[in-house]
Design a protein around this ligand. Sequence first.
Ligand code: NAD
Length: 354
Amino acid sequence: MRAFVYNAQPSRVVFGAGSLEHLEREVQLLGANRALVLCTPEQQPLAEDIAKRLGSRAAGIFPKAVMHVPVETASAAIDEAKRMKADCAIAIGGGSTTGLGKAIALQSSLPILAIPTTYAGSEMTPIWGITENGLKKTGRDARVLPRTVIYDPALTVSLPVGLSVTSGMNAIAHAAEGLYAQDSNPVMDLMAEEGIRALAASLPMVRVNPNDIAARSDALYGAWLCGIVLGNVGMALHHKLCHTLGGTLNLPHAEVHTVVLPHAIAFNAQAAPQAMQKIARALHRDDAALGLYRLAKDNGALVALRDIGMKEEDIARVAQIAAQNPYWNPRPVNAEAEPALRELLQRAWEGSTP
Ligand code: NAD
């Protein structure tokens, strides 16, 4: 057994179809009496339902969460929380809404209760991100980790099939990179493999029947595990490439992860054979990278960067940025790796097999 450091992240998880019914109890357990409910404009009806369930414990709704937490939105939400004398924030939605909750917590230490409705996993991490003048700043802070998370698979039934698949691939990306993280540990390895297994088994069923609550439950369970991995160990080249593609070219988050993952895994395959074995085993495939590619493609996801808005001439720039300031990676990424990164991105751009 290798040496490792394991640092548990304290959060309370309430899981199960219909578990939203425990909302009031969970708010009470936080000692809160005035909850500010956060959501995207599209999910406002859901936030209104939350406020109704809470009755006098709801202080109001802030329905303006958007992708990447612009500093102006964060400031407006913080002002609203102060004005309403909120003593907790409830973030119902995907990573964008959870991200807004985290921005509030970072400033005010307000406890966050998260109710995730995608598979992005932000609710399990102490990682925050705020975008100012087009630049996304990120950091880690224990205060932003949601204190309580209610995972109710019934709330994910409305997630469109396309986004369910790409969001699920986004979750798998956390687990896959966690398996070769420099600071990984055996507990995270177990969670990562099980998370990939649960998502790989359930996404095809969700695709066939988005209302299949058993499949939705397995997918959300997998997403939970993958989110824990993201919150506990460092991410590598795949996440660096996706942050570069998302941040520099403004490509859609879950879709970028879906396209890049098989290629980043293929890039690292020889340097991380044990991780590859675990990923392949979890996918029930012979090859990790190809298995991920097939999982995405067979379930209708786009597998080419050109199909999600990237121009071919941006390949060199993205490769350069990714090589300039790399995250730790099992296969070293430096200036010399730039041609190999360009090749990786070229294949991802074309949508070729990894
Ligand atoms: P999102 O939160 O932006 O949601 C995408 C869209 O789907 C939104 O319009 C939302 O309203 C809608 N939606 C969400 N759930 C739905 C449902 N059940 N039914 C119908 N519509 C629904 O997307 P995301 O992929 O969850 O989050 C992406 C963002 O989260 C990115 O900004 C990313 O950087 C961030 N993120 C952060 C972390 C972290 O640890 N800090 C982790 C993962 C993602």
